[in-house]
Design a protein around this ligand. Structure first.
Ligand code: SF4
Ligand code: SF4
Length: 299
């Protein structure tokens, strides 16, 4: 395999403009997500506002392969103390301690990809760029990958609606990469929050940025997915300014196969306990019968 390519997303310079989302829709000819699909006689109906800050996408979907998250948080004194506690729904009317975290989220193109591991048809493949790609004509619509992805990336979709058809997600613009082009979202990002390139080069750049932020007095700056701890490494990794959970990212996602041995032992343990319980109950019953009628032993 040639060099691995992917994204380094520096969330500190994301301005929430959603140019990446728009570029993804445009390049991949993804339709707008509507509450009601258009018919011959109606133009459809737009989605209602989510009410969650400036996030009107809400989540990934069959047509939203990128999702810009807006996380508002404030540090407020805990009840009866002066100690600050963090609230993720801002309650500080003076806006003194507010923080607005923005992050453009996408498929992580995991090195050990749970979706690829569970795909029974071989529809999900690893490309020559080390990205994870769904061959839609081979997808049988089983949805195994939907449940396996720990980041909620994959959604079913088709010509009819979300939930039907085949599995959909970011392709890392495989078609553009095959022609030496940068993925559309990274190309459109005006602040270079989304940087595309060889993973080895991106890691060097990201580590330097973390060091600079620490030197500038931001000790909370940290990389997510740049090392091998998360699913062998993420080919779309992030620089975060808080714990992963604040951004809705799991700290320690697991491959489905890693759960097989523990759950097998758990099932065997449960079966043993049930068998022992039955044995003790039977023995107790026989002893009670014997106490009531000593001749019962011989029967
Ligand atoms: S983020 Fe989800 S969909 Fe993307 S490669 Fe990893 S498991 Fe698959
Ligand atoms: S790499 Fe291409 S498909 Fe993936 S989010 Fe960016 S524009 Fe969309």
């Amino acid at each position: 395999m040639s060099d691995a390519y992917g994204f380094y997303t520096d969330t500190t310079v994301c301005i929430g403009c959603k140019a990446c989302q728009v570029a993804c829709h445009q390049w991949n000819e993804l339709p707008a997500e509507l509450e009601q699909q258009p018919t011959e006689h109606s133009p459809g109906q737009t989605r209602p506002m989510t009410g969650n800050s400036y996030d009107n996408t809400g989540s990934f979907s069959d047509v939203n392969w990128r999702h810009v998250k807006f996380i508002e948080k404030s540090e407020i004194p805990a009840m009866g103390t002066t100690a600050a506690s963090v609230s993720h729904s801002p309650q500080d009317p003076n806006r003194d301690n507010l923080q607005w975290l923005m992050m453009s989220d996408v498929c992580k193109h995991c090195v050990n990809a749970p979706c690829l591991e569970v795909c029974p048809t071989g529809a999900i493949i690893r490309t020559e760029f080390d990205s994870v790609y769904i061959q839609e004509p081979v997808c049988n619509g089983c949805r195994n990958c939907v449940g396996a992805c720990p980041f909620g990336v994959i959604h079913m979709g088709g010509t009819a609606n979300e939930g039907e058809g085949t599995a959909k997600k970011c392709t890392l613009c495989y078609d553009r990469m095959q022609h030496g082009l940068t993925p559309a979202c990274a190309q459109a990002c005006p602040t270079e929050s989304i940087q595309f390139g060889k993973i080895t080069d991106l890691k060097v750049r990201a580590e330097q940025r973390v060091k600079d932020l620490h030197d500038l007095g931001f000790p909370q700056a940290q990389l997510y997915g740049a090392d091998t701890k998360i699913l062998g490494g993420l080919n779309s990794f992030y620089l975060l300014m808080d714990q992963p959970e604040v951004y809705g990212l799991p700290s320690n996602p697991k491959l489905p196969s890693r759960a097989v041995i523990p759950s097998t032992f758990l099932s065997m343990g449960s079966a043993l306990l049930v068998a022992l319980g039955g044995l003790f109950a039977f023995r107790k019953k026989r002893m009670e019968e014997f106490a009531a009628d000593p001749t019962a032993k011989e029967r």
